[in-house]
Write a protein that binds this ligand. Sequence first.
Ligand code: GKR
Ligand code: MG
Length: 436
Amino acid sequence: MVISEMRLHPVAIADGPLRSSYGRHAPYALRTIVELKTTDGLTGISETYGGDQPLAALERARPLVVGRDPFQLTDLWLSLADQAEKAIAGDRSQTMLVPGENPHDAHTRTYAALEVACLDLIGRAFNKPLCDVVGGRARSKPPFSAYLFYKHSGGGGMGDDARDDEYGECLDPQSMVRQARQMIAKYGFKEIKLKGGVLDPGQEIETIKALRAEFGPAFPLRIDPNCAWSVETSLKVGRELREELTGGGYLEDPTATLEGMAAVRKGLLAEGIDTPLASNVATTCFEHLPIAQRLDSVQIVLSDPHYWGGIRAQLHLSKFSQVLGMGLSMHSNNHLGVSMMIMAHAAAACPHLTHACDTHYPWQTEQDEVVLGGRVPIVDGAVEITGKPGLGVDLDYDQLARGVERFNNLPYRKRDDEAEMRKHVDPNWKRILPRW
Ligand code: GKR
Ligand code: MG
C-alpha cells in the first residue's frame, strides 16, 4: 500500500455567535478535510483545523506523504518533528492564541491530520475499526458532555445561507438552563460543561447554581473561562462553587499559566476545597505535564488528538497522565462528523479516560455535514463505535463541494473572535487577561 495522492479540502461551516473569553464566533468556522489515496484504490480521510495556516503546513508536508507506506508513521513523525526543531522555540500555551494557531505546535497538528488518515487507510485495508487498529478499545460508546455557551441570537451562516437559531439568545442563567435542557433532551448527555469568561463571574456562578438546581448532582458540572479570571477571582469562584464543581466536575483554566493555576490550587486546598483543575490552555504538550505535576497546577489533562499529535499520542497521553496521577478528559473546537469520529475512536482506545469528552458538535448542523448519510448520532450522550472499517464514515462529495464553495466565498482565512466582538458588540473590545 503506497500513498499516491493527497487531497486537501478547505471548508467553511456555519457557526452561531457563541461567546468565550476569546470573543465571539464568526458566522462560519473553518476546517480542513484531508484525503489520502493509495495505489490500490483506497481512500483514507481526516479532519483538522481550517484556514490558511493549517493548509500551508499540510502542503509543506506533501513531499513526505506522497509515496509513503501508511504504516510508516514514526518516520513521518520524525521528519515533521525535525522540521519543527528548526523553528523558533517558544510559548506553547494557548493563552493568547485561539486554538489551532500556535506556530510552535504546527507540527503536531499536521502530523495528527496525516496519521489519522493513514490509520483510516489501514483500517479500511484490513476491514477493522480504527481504534482496533491501534490495539483495541477500552469502551465502545465513549461519553461526551453537553457543551453550553453564552450566545447572542442567531444560528450561524449569513444571508440566504443563515441557519435556524436552535437555542436562541442565551445571556443569563435562566436561558442557559433552557439551553441545557434542550441539548440534553436531544443528545442524552450526562455531564455538563459551561463555557465561562463571558459575563461577570457572579452571573456565571449563578448559572452553575441554576444548572445544579435543575439537574441535580447526578450531572457533574465544569466551567471553563479560558483564563479570564485573576487568581483571586478564581479562588472566589472555587469557594462559591465548592459543592457544584466537585463529585465528577472540575474548574477548567480559571486563570493563565501553570504558575497561576498552581496558586489557585494551593489557595483552594488551604481552605479544604479539593476541586480539580483541568487545562487545555496551560498544558498543550507532553513537556508541560511534569511541570504541571510538580507545581500541582493541573489535576485533569485535556487531551485532543487534533493537536496533541494524533491517536497514538492520545494513547501515550492516557498512560502518561495515569502515571502522573492525573485524570484525562478531552477538549474540542468546532468540528464536523469526521472529527467527531476521530475523537470517538481516540476516546474509545484510551485505557485511562476519567471524564466525558467535550464536543462542539451540537453547534453544527446537518446542512454543513460532509459525512455520507448525515450527522454522526450521539445517543445517551455517547458516540457508538460500530464495526465499520477505519473511522467508520465516508465523505459526501456534494456536501464537501458546498463547504469548499462557502470557504471560497469567505473574506477571512483564520479565526478572529476579537474582530467579531468589535464588529457586533463593542468597537473597542480587546481580549484582556485577566478581565475579572
Ligand atoms: O469555541 O470559543 C470556543 C472555545 O473557547 C474553544 O475555542 C476552546 O478551545 O473549547 C475550548 C476550550 O475548552 O478551551
Ligand atoms: Mg478549555
